[in-house]
Design a protein around this ligand. Structure first.
Ligand code: OGA
Ligand code: MN
Length: 283
């Protein structure tokens, strides 16, 4: 473990960081007050961008503390329904919008239907399931950076149609027409395959909403999208979080994909989510 150092070289007291894997995820140990003070917000934001996922083991935030911590890092994004804290569960008895989370079992980026996707999400575990229900993340910056140069050149100017309804077929292969139309009404958006961020760094934009590559033969398009997902989700780019109650995990939604591993909707698994407003459009 190393104590991190601030820009002017002073040790950032109370923030102890440890990389979990070489290419993704860092564990941060600090007490609640240190985190809530906002004193290390800049460092945490920097680490988030560099490492994709930050894990605060058993920090045990209440909802109010989670909201306050979220606000130290940027502008909190409310759910469409207005709430700041959202119940992540597959149990329709607990959340009316549980069905929309069925797609969360497949690799995705949140907000591909928006021009400016959310910057990050924070999940904290309230009830852990007995089996399954881990969350996996992959680093889409690292996945891009490690592509062979020839492949980088081949994909650099490709554009991809992202469609909310594409995710429906992952979990409901024979939907009723009403259901398909409801998902279609959510929208579509054409996005670059390679996101050139303001920082100059590049990441891949993939996931379950990726429908097809514009102006490409149907089979070739499907093949390339699957090949790139396979590439991006190789073990060296992936961190898998097994939840203990009280854990808080933040992911940089602009440089990672994520998915839940299968779990029983009735297992009681419950995570509380807050989100940070996006600061940069897809480009
Ligand atoms: C989400 C999500 C994954 C999980 O909240 O956006 O995809 O493990 N959650 O529940
Ligand atoms: Mn998600």
């Amino acid at each position: 473990m190393t104590t991190s150092v601030t820009h002017d070289g002073r040790p950032a007291s109370g923030l102890v960081t440890k990389d979990i894997t070489p290419r993704i995820a860092t564990e941060i140990r600090a007490d609640k007050q240190t985190l809530l003070s906002g004193a290390h917000a800049g460092r945490i934001r920097e680490l988030l961008e560099q490492r994709g996922v930050l894990v605060f083991p058993q920090i045990g935030f209440t909802d109010d503390e989670q909201v306050a911590f979220t606000q130290t890092l940027g502008t909190i994004a409310r759910e469409v329904s207005g709430e700041e804290v959202y119940n992540v569960t597959l149990d329709p008895k607990v959340s009316q919008t549980a069905d929309y989370l069925k797609g969360s079992l497949y690799w995705h980026i949140d907000g591909t239907m928006s021009e400016v996707p959310i910057l990050a999400s924070l999940l904290s575990s309230k009830v852990a399931p007995e089996a399954g229900g881990d969350t996996e993340f992959c680093n889409t910056y690292a996945a891009y950076e490690n592509l062979p140069d020839r492949e980088k050149r081949e994909i650099e100017s490709l554009r991809v149609m992202h469609s909310a309804w594409n995710t429906l077929f992952y979990y409901d292969p024979e939907p009723r027409i009403e259901m398909l139309r409801r998902m279609m009404a959510i929208g579509d958006q054409e996005l670059p395959l390679v996101w050139t961020h303001r920082s100059g760094r590049k990441s891949l934009i993939l996931g379950a909403t990726a429908r097809h590559i514009i102006d490409m033969d149907f089979k070739k398009s499907a093949e390339l999208l699957v090949q790139l997902r396979d590439w991006a989700t190789q073990p060296q780019f992936v961190y898998r979080h097994k939840w203990t109650v009280g854990d808080l995990v933040i992911w940089d939604n602009t440089g990672t994909m994520h998915r839940a591993t299968p779990y029983d909707a009735k297992s009681g698994r419950l995570l509380h989510r807050t989100k940070l407003q996006g600061e940069e459009p897809f480009a």
